[in-house]
Design a protein around this ligand. Sequence first.
Ligand code: URA
Length: 162
Amino acid sequence: MSSFWGAFHNAKLVFVGEAPGQQEDLQGIPFVGRAGKLLEKLLSDIGLKREDVFICNVVKCRPPNNRDPQPDEISACEPILIKQLEIIKPLVICALGRHAAQTLLRDSTGINRLRGHFYNYHGIPLLPTLHPAAILRAANLLPDIESDFQLLKQKLMETQDG
Ligand code: URA
């Protein structure tokens, strides 16, 4: 059964988003709003369900009015994220959007340049991709995130074979 704790301990793939939005804040579950629905669709395209992966955010509380998280908020929450990744020890990490990618990689390069390539996060392959909410605002970016999900699928197959 893919219980919350089962998924937590066994997830081979972890997604790291930015921060809870309104729906996420109300329900206490990451990516349950429109961006979450798109994430579920992208997962299903590569044969996965949300129960198969672990989804979390860099910032653990909702920034007021959906503003960008501020550097001090990111620093305050980062130890929790690091602990989550240490406990789960996923085979692959996917950073959704600029804040997750730049925080985990300690790299201020823009997401459009970072995305689509794997980086090494403490020995774990990490793929930055666009944030699903960005795709909801600009549907022309859908092929980019779809091709990144194919890279994730390929990397998971390689790491599980190897
Ligand atoms: N956007 C995020 O980055 N995280 C969520 O949980 C929801 C929307």
